[in-house]
Design a protein around this ligand. Structure first.
Ligand code: ADP
Ligand code: MG
Length: 622
């Protein structure tokens, strides 16, 4: 047999490497920003067009490159940052693999202009999919400007695989934040589609965190600092009352590189565990500096994973360090003698109660619980809505749907597991002393149980309410039917740059839902009005929830924007498992559920109802 193995041509090898290094526009942003930092830039400008599809350009005032280096920089494994294998364990730069530019150039159109500070003339290089089209001297500012255009122009499958502009922009902002946060000394400007969206002067870490993550961190950041011979921890942790339902405010940097390390995240979560409710996550911006010899960054091409020589040691060290910081700042309920001297009442968060931190949230919030709702406010889920046109339509549906339910005797329903649970529920004393024909009762603060013609109907209160609200909110967005209630005292809310960008993105839909939100200043907003069926005090919480759900849905599903927003708000505003419901509330849920266009499943696909027909019940007794 003749020999069949051949070396791949460079451009093919580069395209293959690009598959790992360049997954989306955000990867290009990351690699290019890292290069600018490595080049010692003090000012970096990032220009994005069409969420990076058309253009990602980074302009820096760093060292620049000579003509030869400029050409070399696009070769695979060409780097100025590593000379020999041992250097891998003494890295002080973000890059070292020498494959980013080669990979990017394999899948895009490139325009590079670069000039070292001491040179008269700069160099311009034009590349299209690894082909060098032009190299010529040019006049330009000292530093480097690299424009990456038409990403994946030669890999349509990749291009089509990109998500919506929202999603891609979000990824870009995440990468930007990860670099800008840990390099506060570097000034950054960001332009999106020709408009400046971010301007960060050179500053310190605390101010950088506040400008990127939102003013709400102003009074919530506690400095953390711990040094041993080999480990230096610095940065800020957020007070427990700043905990959020998302991990979005958690940042770990090792030797100035953002890293993902679930094990170490856990170490910090653990230190906070008694201070914040389950399901909430503490915010932190922790920078760990260690001897490069004790870590391995070369685990994945994206360089966001890291291995410590001794993970366990680091875990223990971090937990202790965070605990100590929480202790000396009087934030933890535990008070030991080593830290008592630092106990300072002035530092206590307002309304702080040891062991049960009072946060601005109410997990058992019951939207029905307002005993005397003002006439212009409708309890969520009640069928007495001011939106009469909408409701009369729904009521018609309702009657039909109820009838359908009463007619279904031979329907094939798979609810074996539910049968067992209803069985155990019947072991418990029913709430009514007798379960007469029209009785409805709540089981475990989770299900509404109702007798129907052919058996028993079980309704999951949360899934059902989500469905009801979802259809209502979608109608509002589509028909602009919201009833806005102007707030007496407009509230100001602050967001991180990327969240603020999202709010701008969905501001029209939020308005149609009933949120009257105005932007003022950098990433701050004023809420002048809220949907008439939402309690004022919950505004921040609800908007947070909408953003969080919206973001998650963007990433995990390709939902239509309006559907996504209606779904996100329904999820936040729905009554939850664990909420006690009155008879009227249960009746309203049933009425409204069967008035929905789709009533079998919640908008996120969970079953809303389960029916157990007489025969099945009889079988249980045989
Ligand atoms: P790496 O960063 O891993 O070395 P890259 O492919 O990202 O690999 O870059 C290759 C080389 O190009 C770098 O080592 C550096 O010498 C040079 N380079 C890239 N971007 C810049 C920049 N913005 N300013 C100066 N030099 C740069
Ligand atoms: Mg690099």
């Amino acid at each position: 047999m003749s020999d069949i193995i051949q070396l791949l041509p460079d451009h093919v090898a580069n395209q293959i490497a690009a598959g790992e290094v360049v997954q989306r526009p955000a990867s290009v942003v990351k690699e290019m920003l890292e290069n600018s930092i490595d080049a010692g830039a003090s000012l970096v400008e990032l220009l994005i067009k069409d969420a990076g599809r058309t253009l990602v350009q980074v302009i820096d005032n760093g060292a620049g490159m000579s003509a030869t280096d400029a050409r070399m920089s696009f070769e695979r494994h060409a780097t100025s940052k590593l000379r020999k294998a041992e250097d891998l364990f003494a890295l002080s730069t973000m890059g070292f693999r020498g494959e980013a530019l080669a990979s990017i150039a394999a899948v895009a159109h490139i325009e590079l202009k670069t000039k070292p500070h001491d040179a008269e003339l700069g160099t311009q290089i034009i590349i299209e999919g690894s082909d060098i089209k032009d190299q010529s001297p040019c006049a330009c500012e000292p530093g480097t400007s690299l424009a990456v255009k038409n990403l994946f122009f030669n890999i349509p499958a990749r291009r089509n695989f990109l998500k919506s502009d929202n999603v891609e922009l979000n990824h870009i902002m995440d990468e930007f934040n990860r670099i800008a946060l840990i390099h506060p000394e570097v000034a950054f400007h960001v332009y999106n589609n020709g408009k400046q969206t971010i301007s960060l002067p050179s500053t310190n870490l605390k101010l950088r965190i506040i400008s990127l993550m939102g003013n709400s961190f102003q009074s919530k950041l506690v400095p953390i600092e711990q040094n041993t011979q080999n480990i230096h921890i610095s940065g800020f942790i957020a007070t427990p009352d700043a905990a959020r339902r998302t991990r979005g405010d958690q940042f770990f940097f090792v030797n100035k590189r953002f890293i993902k390390h679930p094990y170490l995240h856990h170490a910090i979560d653990k230190a906070y565990s008694e201070l914040i409710p389950q399901g909430y996550f503490p915010g932190y911006f922790i920078s760990i500096d260690v001897d490069p010899q004790t870590i391995d960054v070369n685990i994945h091409p994206t360089k966001t994973e890291i291995k410590f020589t001794d993970d366990k040691l680091m875990y223990g060290f971090l937990t202790a360090c965070v605990k100590r910081t929480l202790g000396i700042n009087s934030l933890t309920p535990t008070l030991d003698f080593n830290t008592e001297q630092y106990f300072n009442v002035d530092n206590m968060p307002k309304d702080y109660i040891p062991k049960e931190p009072t946060l601005n949230l109410n997990p058992s919030y019951n939207p029905f619980s307002n005993p005397n709702p003002p006439s212009n406010r409708k309890a969520v889920g009640s069928s007495y809505s001011p939106q009469t046109a909408f409701n009369s339509e729904r009521e018609e549906n309702n009657a039909q749907n109820w009838n359908k339910l009463y007619e279904f005797p031979e329907q094939n329903i798979d609810q074996i597991s539910t049968v067992t649970s209803i069985q155990s529920s019947l072991d418990l004393a029913p709430i009514d002393d007798e379960m007469h024909d029209s009785a409805i009762f709540q089981f475990n603060r989770k299900y509404i149980v109702s007798k129907i013609k052919s058996g028993i109907l079980l309704i999951d209160q949360q899934a059902a309410h989500e469905r009801i609200l979802f259809e209502k909110y979608l109608q509002r967005i589509q028909n602009s039917r919201a009833v806005i209630q102007q707030t007496l005292f407009p509230q100001s809310i602050n967001y991180s740059a990327s969240e603020a960008e999202l709010i701008r993105e969905i501001s029209k839909e939020l308005f149609q839902l009933g949120f009257d939100i105005q932007e003022f200043g950098q990433n701050s907003f004023i809420v002048n009005g809220t949907p008439s069926d939402i309690e004022d005090g919950d505004v921040k919480q609800i908007i947070d929830g909408i953003l969080e759900n919206f973001k998650n849905n963007l990433i995990s599903h390709r939902l239509d924007k309006e559907v996504n927003i209606a779904l996100s708000m329904a999820k936040c505003a729905s009554i939850k498992h664990g909420t006690l419901l009155s008879q009227i509330e249960m009746h309203n849920i049933i009425d409204e559920l069967f008035a929905c266009e789709v009533n079998e499943v919640s908008p996120s696909g969970r079953k809303t109802t389960v029916t157990i027909i007489d025969n099945q019940l009889n079988n249980l007794f045989n």
